[in-house]
Design a protein around this ligand. Structure first.
Ligand code: DAH
Length: 364
C-alpha cells in the first residue's frame, strides 16, 4: 500500500469510529482543512514533473474524494440517528391512561354558556362575540339610548379617560346588547345569534358584582313577530331547566332598543321543600321570577345599523347568565362566583369531560 493509500485508509478508519459530529469535524480539519494532510499533499502536485503528476494526481485526488465522501456519509448517518433518537424520546403513547386524575373543573358560568350555545345551536343560532371595551355609540347611542337618556345613569358605566382614534368615548360594555349592533352592521340578514360574554357595571352586593355575564339573543328576518319570541324563549327555558312544565309570563315593559318590550318571568313552585323552576306558579308558595328582558327590535335600531325596518324585523333578548346558573344549580351568593375559592369550584364545578349535549340531557 502506498503512503497515500495508507493515509486514506487511516482516515477512513477514524471516520468510521468517530463518536460524534464534533469528532468528525476534527478529522475533516486534519485531513481536508487548509493545512490538512491531504490538502498539503495536493499542493505538492504543482512542484512535480508532468509524468509524476500524471500518476500522483489521481491518487491524491482519489484519496481526497474518498475521505470527503466518507465524512459526508457518516455525518448524515449521525444526524439521522440523532433525529430518530429525538423522535423516539418525544413520542406520546395516546393509548396510555392519564398520568393523574384531572384536577381542574369547569366553572358553572362556563358550563351554562356551553349549555346556551348547545340549546340555541339546535334552534339554528350561531354564537357571536364583541369586545368588552366598547364605544359609547355601540353601547348606547345606536341602541336608541341618546346622551340625555336616564338609562345611561342606570347603567353605572365604567368610562375610560381616553378616547379612540375617531374621538369616541370608550367604556366597559354595560350589557351584551352592543353585539346586536356589531352583528347587524357586519352580517346580512337573516340573522340568528346569541352573544354570551362579560359585562361591567359599577355595582356590588350579594346579587351584583362589577363584572357579570349576560347572553344576548338577536333574530332579524322578514315577518318576525312576538309569537316567534315567545316560542323561542319558552323552548330555551324548558331545555335549560330540563322540564317541560316551565311556564312563561310576558309582562309589558320598556327598553329603548325594543318596541314593544316585555320582561319575562318563569314560574316556580315548591317540591319536597325546595323551590324549583317549573310546576304550578299559582300553587301554594309558587310564584313568578323575572329572568330576562326582551322585545321587538326598535325600528330606530334597525335603521341605525343601515337596514330597512320596512323589510327587516326581529326580536331580541338579554339575560343574566350568573343568575341562570344560580337558579339551575342552587347557589345563593353571586360574589362566590368570582372568589376563585377551590373548595367552591370543587363543589359547584363540572368535569371537563362532561360536554353538554341535548341528546344526553343538557345537564347530564
Ligand atoms: N340590555 C338589557 C340590560 O342589560 C337587557 C335587554 C333587554 C336586552 C331587552 C335585550 C332586550 O336585547 O331586548 O338590562
Amino acid at each position: 500500500m502506498s503512503d497515500i493509500e495508507k493515509l486514506a485508509s487511516d482516515y477512513l478508519a477514524q471516520i468510521e469510529s468517530a463518536a460524534n459530529v464534533e469528532a468528525l469535524e476534527d478529522i475533516r480539519v486534519r485531513a481536508l482543512g487548509k493545512k490538512g494532510e491531504i490538502s498539503t499533499l495536493l499542493k505538492t502536485l504543482g512542484k512535480m514533473t508532468p509524468e509524476e503528476r500524471q500518476t500522483e494526481g489521481p491518487r491524491i485526488n482519489g484519496a481526497r474524494e474518498q475521505v470527503a465522501t466518507a465524512i459526508a456519509n457518516r455525518k448524515a448517518a449521525m444526524e439521522d440517528a440523532l433525529l430518530n433518537e429525538k423522535l423516539a424520546a418525544e413520542a406520546i403513547d395516546l393509548t396510555l391512561p392519564a398520568p393523574e386524575t384531572p384536577q381542574g373543573s369547569v366553572h358553572p358560568v362556563a358550563q351554562v354558556m356551553d349549555e346556551l350555545a348547545e340549546i340555541f345551536a339546535d334552534l339554528g343560532f350561531s354564537v357571536a362575540e364583541g369586545p368588552e371595551i366598547e364605544d359609547d355609540w355601540r353601547n348606547f347611542t345606536a341602541l336608541n339610548i341618546p346622551e340625555t337618556h336616564p338609562a345611561r345613569a342606570m347603567h353605572d358605566t365604567f368610562y375610560f379617560d381616553d378616547r379612540d382614534n375617531e374621538g369616541q368615548q370608550m367604556l366597559l360594555r354595560t350589557h351584551t346588547s352592543p353585539v346586536q349592533i356589531r352583528t347587524m352592521m357586519d352580517q346580512e340578514p337573516p340573522i340568528r345569534i346569541i352573544a354570551p360574554g362579560r359585562t361591567y357595571r359599577s355595582d356590588s352586593d350579594a346579587t351584583h358584582t362589577p363584572m357579570f355575564h349576560q347572553v344576548e339573543g338577536l333574530v332579524i328576518d322578514k315577518g318576525i313577530h312576538m309569537g316567534h319570541l315567545k316560542w323561542t324563549l319558552e323552548t330555551f327555558v324548558r331545555a335549560f331547566f330540563e322540564r317541560d312544565d316551565v311556564e312563561l309570563r310576558l309582562r309589558p315593559s320598556y327598553f329603548p332598543f325594543t318596541e314593544p318590550s316585555a320582561e319575562v318571568d318563569v314560574g316556580f313552585s315548591v317540591e319536597k321543600g325546595k323551590r324549583v323552576i317549573g310546576g304550578d306558579p299559582n300553587s301554594e308558595n309558587g310564584g313568578w321570577m323575572e329572568i330576562l328582558g326582551s322585545g321587538m327590535v326598535n325600528r330606530k335600531v334597525i335603521e341605525n345599523c343601515g337596514l330597512d325596518p320596512d323589510i327587516w324585523q326581529g326580536f331580541a333578548f338579554g339575560c343574566g347568565i350568573d343568575r341562570l346558573a344560580m337558579l339551575k344549580y342552587g347557589m345563593h351568593d353571586l360574589r362566590a362566583f368570582f372568589d376563585g375559592d377551590l373548595r367552591w369550584l370543587k363543589h359547584y364545578g363540572f368535569s371537563a369531560l362532561d360536554v353538554p349535549t341535548l341528546s344526553g340531557g343538557v345537564g347530564a
